[in-house]
Design a protein around this ligand. Structure first.
Ligand code: ZN
Length: 136
């Protein structure tokens, strides 16, 4: 495939990227490490801006796009650990954190918090499980 090693951190503007990298680039990964938040339902890690712009690809029913209130209540800055999952179905880490049905991305190992009661009831009534847990 690629015959040269590229430093992906260098962040060139209009570099041509090999297809495999372009494919991986479809995975939503955090664009910066500051201000990272975790989706309370699936645990994917992104910036608030990303949640605002794209919502959560695993949880479209959370309606976060362009909705700052919803972004704030459905994501949290409190999480522990992170693991990059490129192939959720094949990844033991994905199974371990029960993310094997989710899309590739970077996930929190544990998500701390809870949805408000209304949201919990709504998710529960739809048979949707979520990953966040109240602090112990
Ligand atoms: Zn989510």
């Amino acid at each position: 495939m690629s015959d040269e090693e590229r430093d992906e951190e260098s962040g060139g503007e209009e570099e041509e990227v090999p297809q495999v990298v372009a494919d991986l680039a479809q995975a939503s990964v955090p664009t910066q490490l500051k201000g990272i938040r975790s989706c309370k339902r699936c645990g994917i890690l992104k910036t608030l801006d990303q949640f605002m712009n794209e919502g959560c690809e695993n949880c479209p029913f959370l309606d976060m796009i362009d909705n700052q209130d919803q972004c704030n209540s459905c994501t949290t800055a409190f999480f522990e650990g992170q693991v990059a999952i490129m192939d959720p179905r094949e990844s033991w880490a994905a199974k371990w954190i029960r993310a094997d049905n989710y899309l590739p991305g970077v996930y929190a190992i544990s998500v701390i918090g809870n949805f408000d009661k209304e949201m919990e009831d709504d998710l529960e009534s739809r048979g949707i499980r979520w990953r966040c847990r109240p602090p112990t």
